[in-house]
Design a protein around this ligand. Structure first.
Ligand SMILES: CC(C)(COP(=O)(O)OP(=O)(O)OC[C@H]1O[C@@H](n2cnc3c(N)ncnc32)[C@H](O)[C@@H]1OP(=O)(O)O)[C@@H](O)C(=O)NCCC(=O)NCCS
Length: 241
């Protein structure tokens, strides 16, 4: 990834919807950023031996998101970066928001039975445990939520506000509709979400039976202030009636 030349200020970062032309950049940023989320090592421990498989299936995953704009908002933040021929804006962070929880995901199995970068047991347990946690903590909100599936900033571009921009997009779109924003988070993600006003609802442990290795994932939600005010008005009315 080229060097950032002016991105110290928030004004040099730009948020926009991703397109198919961004697929290579999305894959690169995902492969550079997600290894700092422990779930990446847990699911893809053999990615260094099989980088081609890892690249291929991650690219495929983002292609599937981009093919379903009715369900997913795929967003990127770009920053001015130095390249051989001068400078240009490059993708430095990405997010995938599920904006229509009740719309089924269309897509394949992400190569689970053929790719060699993956620990299959961990991959399947991760999906199962997070599915259960989602139902437990957020299932009751049904379609009235925006759920953040994926978020990462390239390691060379962190703590400049890119993650915040990508989160705030979903938080404000959710707020416009009177929805919550929800997320199942990594330890680094949790620090960002708490900074943005999310509440920690609980945690889920991912663990394959009889293995010591495990993963802890936090469950957080954001309630827009307008919703909190409405709720407290309703509560006050109930108390005094
Ligand atoms: C989590 C992540 C996306 C944050 O991206 P970012 O662009 O650095 O986030 P921001 O610059 O918007 O951070 C805003 C604030 O969040 C908090 N924050 C973000 N990352 C933090 C960290 N590693 N430690 C402590 N606080 C952190 C800080 O309060 C920060 O403000 P500050 O820099 O003024 O102190 C990034 O660290 C990342 O990609 N991590 C690896 C992948 C991952 O875990 N993704 C989340 C999956 S749920």
């Amino acid at each position: 990834m080229p060097l950032l030349i002016r991105g110290d200020r928030l004004s040099d970062l730009h948020l926009r919807p991703a397109t198919k032309d961004d697929l290579d950049d999305l894959t690169e940023v995902a492969r550079a950023g997600f290894p700092d989320d422990p779930e990446f090592d847990y699911r893809f421990p053999y990615r260094h031996e099989y980088p081609g498989d890892n690249y291929k299936w991650i690219r495929k995953e983002y292609e599937e998101y981009l093919d379903q704009p009715e369900k997913y908002a795929v967003l990127v933040v770009t920053a001015p970066t130095l390249v051989d021929s001068g400078h240009c804006d490059r993708v430095i962070a990405l997010a995938v928001w599920d904006i229509s929880i009740c719309t089924p995901h269309r897509g394949g199995d992400l190569g689970i039975d053929v790719r060699r970068d993956v620990n299959r047991e961990h991959f399947k347990e991760f999906e199962k445990s997070l599915g259960r946690a989602f139902q437990y903590y957020f299932g009751a909100y049904g379609a009235r939520q925006y759920h953040l599936w994926l978020l990462t900033t390239h390691p060379g571009f962190r703590r400049r506000g890119a993650g915040t921009m990508l989160c705030q997009w979903g938080m404000s779109e959710a707020a416009k509709r009177g929805y919550k924003a929800t997320v199942l988070a990594s330890p680094m993600g949790t620090k960002l979400y708490e900074h943005l006003g999310y509440n920690h609802m609980g945690s889920v442990i991912v663990r394959v039976k009889e293995e010591e290795e495990m993963l802890s994932v936090d469950c957080l939600e954001y309630t827009p202030p307008e919703m909190k005010n409405t709720l407290s008005r309703v509560m006050r009315r109930l108390c005094f009636s």
